[in-house]
Every structure is written in C-alpha cells, then in structure tokens.
Ligand binder design. Structure first.
Ligand SMILES: Cc1cc2nc3c(=O)[nH]c(=O)nc-3n(C[C@H](O)[C@H](O)[C@H](O)COP(=O)(O)OP(=O)(O)OC[C@H]3O[C@@H](n4cnc5c(N)ncnc54)[C@H](O)[C@@H]3O)c2cc1C
Length: 415
C-alpha cells in the first residue's frame, strides 16, 4: 500500500520533452491550471535556441492580424488557424508585458524586448515556470517513450523512468544542432506510428553554381530577388548578402522557404539591382551618363553605379569589353540594363538543414488534431512547435507558432 502511494505521487500529469520556446510556454499554462508538470531538457539550461533568436534580440512575434500570420506561414497554415485564434500575437505581447517584459515594435511589426536581449524573454518564462511550480530536470536526454496501461514511461539515456498521464513533445527540429535540436521528436513520433514529412532546410542560404567568392561579405540593400520556377515567379524586396558560395540575408532566406517545396533545379534566380528604375528610365540614365562620363572607361564608370565589391563581377557579367563611355552603343546599353535588372545565378541547392533557421517538414499534421495538438493516433500524446510540419517566414512568425501551439495544447491537457 505504502509503495503504491509513493508510486502515485511520482506520476506526473504531464511531462514535456524539450525546454525550448514551446516547451517552456506549455509548461507555464499546464502548471497554472494545477497540473503536476515536469520539463525534461537535455541541455544544461533552458531556451538555448531562444537565446540566439533575432541575432540575440529575439523577434518574439509579429504585431499583426491572424490573417497576416496565416499568410506568412508557408507550410500547413490552415493547421494553425485554431492555435492562432486561441493565442494570438497580441495575446503573446500581453503575456510578456503582464509578466514584466518591456517590448517594442520595429519595422514590419516585428516585436522585440525593449532591452534587445533575448535573455530577458527567457527570464520571464523561467520566472513564470518557477511561480507556477513547474519542475525542471536539465541535462536529461530522453531516449525512449513507452505507453503502458494508459500511462507513458519516459526513459532518459541512463534509464531513469518518468511516469506520466500525458506527454508533450516539444523537441524542435534539426536546425542548429548545437542548441539541442537533434531531431529526437521525429524518432519518438515514428515509434508511435506517426508519419514524418521529409525534413528540409527552410530560411537557409541558397547555394549557387557560380564562383562568387569575390563577392563574399557584400551586402545589398533595397534590391529585389526573383525566382522563376515552371512559369511561377516569386519575388522579395529588401536586403541580401553574399557568402563565398551562397546568397543569404533576409530576402534570400525568405525565398528559400518558398522554393524548398518546388523543383528548384529548374529555377532561374536573379537580382534586380535597380528596382526603382524601369528599363526605359535606366536607358535614359545611361544615355545621360554616356555624355557626362564620355572620357571615362566603362569599368571605371561602374563605380558610380554599383558598390565597389560588385564592380569586377558585374563587369564580367555584362559581357562588354572595356571601352570609353562615349563608345557605348545601343546594344551595350541593353546588355548593361539586362545585367542590372537580371543579375542572374544558377541554384546548386539549398544549404544543409542544419544551417537553416527552421526545419521544414516533420510530424505530419494530418495525424494531429489542430484544435488541441493531440495525436490522432495516440491519446494524451501531443506535438507542439517546430517538430510539427509547419513553418513560416522571418518576422516573428515561427516563435508565434511555438507559443500558440504550446498554449492550445496546455489548455487541452487533462488533469
Ligand atoms: C539562428 C536562429 C534565429 C532565429 N530567430 C528567430 C526569431 O527572431 N523569431 C522567430 O520567430 N523565430 C526565430 N527562429 C526560429 C525559432 O527559434 C524556432 O521556431 C523556435 O525556437 C522553435 O521552438 P521549439 O520549442 O519548437 O524548439 P526549440 O526552441 O528548438 O526547443 C527544443 C528543445 O528540446 C530539447 N530537446 C530536443 N531533444 C531532446 C531530448 N531527446 N531530450 C530532452 N530535450 C530535448 C532541445 O535541447 C531544445 O531545448 C530562429 C532560429 C534560429 C536557428
């Protein structure tokens, strides 16, 4: 009898595997409603990925409508409808401000802590977890979960067992493995019969075939990046960067998430270096400057038109021999304008899933109840956050997915 009593005491209402964004948030709302809640986290601290979000500033949500959030979720946005309605961006902002975080909204409705420190977001979550009595066990690597007689037994890698009525899988994806994203949640899901949609990199650099090493570190502001695939065209305007072998920076990352589901091997990718000027306006400008800079070499003239680091590469790209500006003819002008409006590359591939900001793919949402995040195959088993096959563009939308699914699931958990 006494042993049975002790055993019952040790049974948790819910064990959350993963102490990242979604796991921490779910634990707060579960414990707040009186559930005996344990978070198992294999890192030495909570929220290791949260710490590096938004370049250490944590773009924690986007202060915009649910409709806008749905538009920025590129995979399975319909699945997110209930979760976003249950816990919207404005609810997230209220949650954080009510709990002592000063926030600010920047360009594109991106919300950050006023301190610009992601650690302040983590502190708020940790404080709430403490306040509601969430138990946390760090340095605990979950290796196996078994369901028996209506309860789950969770084994860590030292074979310690945690028994619980419900399990929430909040293990994240495969991106940035140093933050703890090992993809364990996918193994667990497969063990319980779930289908995993192939994991690909999202919000990642786009590798190109050309030797662009001389452009490494070049940043271009206010350009338009275009991708054409099978007569579909996708564009994004803003800032981008070059590495020695890839296109990266905000607008490249955005396009990578759109094209990763398509056959990008047939894609044409090109930059409009002068989006504010039409072909005609550029031609007028060139005609004027041919007169102004008549005695200048074409290659030297390019310095007036482009950032220094781009000049040599552009010069080769335009395919015009070096001559005096006075000798630039109509065909040359066409070539220059074409290079300015269609500065093109060929896509080799998207970069490895481990270097993408987000993992696209994961637990197939067809097998998850969108009103609770509970598995349709296994009662009391829940999946939240990035482990699900849902991903969004940059702007705070991915963390919103983590917060909203966490809240929805916690609300549904039974005592
Ligand atoms: C560089 C970078 C910048 C980003 N910036 C932003 C941003 O500014 N805004 C935004 O909206 N999104 C951003 N994101 C995306 C955002 O970080 C993720 O969407 C979010 O963290 C996902 O939350 P999650 O709880 O699902 O997973 P995670 O936050 O990755 O948490 C998963 C946790 O589970 C733990 N875990 C995994 N396996 C086990 C196991 N077997 N046992 C125990 N614990 C385990 C991990 O250690 C980890 O702590 C960024 C991502 C990166 C990589």
């Amino acid at each position: 009898m006494k042993n049975d009593m002790i055993k019952l005491m040790d049974i948790y209402d819910v064990v959350i595997i993963g102490g990242g964004a979604s796991g921490m948030m779910a634990s707060i709302f579960a414990a707040q409603k009186g559930l005996k809640t344990l978070v198992l986290e294999h890192n030495e601290k909570l929220g290791k990925k949260l710490y590096i979000t938004g370049k250490g500033r944590c773009n924690l949500t986007n202060d915009s409508s649910i409709e806008n959030h749905l538009n920025n979720i590129v995979v399975n946005n319909k699945f997110m409808y209930s979760a976003l309605n249950a816990f919207s961006a404005q609810d997230v902002m209220k949650f954080f401000t009510d709990n002592g975080l000063n926030i600010k909204t920047e360009r594109g409705n991106r919300v950050f802590p006023a301190s610009d420190k992601s650690s302040d977001v983590i502190k708020v979550l940790e404080n709430c977890m403490r306040r509601y009595g969430v138990e946390v066990q760090l340095n605990t690597d979950v290796a196996r979960v078994i369901k028996k007689d209506g309860y789950f037994n969770i084994y860590d890698k030292y074979d310690n067992i945690y028994t619980t009525a419900s399990v929430v899988v909040a293990t994240g994806g495969l991106s940035y493995p140093a933050t703890g994203s090992t993809g364990y949640g996918y193994y667990l899901a497969r063990d319980f019969g779930h289908k995993i949609v192939e994991c690909k990199s999202a919000l990642c650099p786009i590798l190109v075939n050309e030797d662009i090493s001389e452009l490494n570190g070049l940043s271009l502001k206010n350009v338009v990046l275009n991708v054409e695939i099978d007569s579909k065209k996708f564009s994004s305007q803003g800032e981008m960067m070059f590495t020695y072998n890839s296109l990266t920076g905000p607008i490249s990352l955005t396009l990578s998430s759109i094209i990763n589901k398509l056959n990008y091997k047939n894609a044409k990718i090109y930059i409009d270096l002068k989006p504010a000027l039409s072909y005609e306006k550029l031609d007028d400008k060139l005609c004027r400057e041919i007169v102004t800079y008549a005695k200048k070499d074409y290659k030297n003239y390019l310095h007036t038109l482009l950032p220094k680091k781009l000049v040599d590469y552009f010069y080769m790209h335009s395919g015009i021999e070096n001559k005096k500006m006075a000798d630039i003819n109509r065909q040359d002008r066409e070539k220059i304008i074409n290079s300015l409006k269609k500065f093109d590359f060929s896509i080799k591939s998207l970069d490895n899933v481990r270097v993408g900001i987000i993992t696209s793919g994961g637990v197939d949402v067809k097998e998850i109840n969108s009103k609770s995040c509970e598995s349709k195959l296994v009662e009391n088993l829940y999946f939240i956050g990035e482990v699900l096959d849902v991903d969004a563009l940059t702007g705070g939308y991915n963390l919103q997915i983590a917060w909203s699914t966490a809240y929805l699931c916690a609300n549904h958990l039974k005592g």
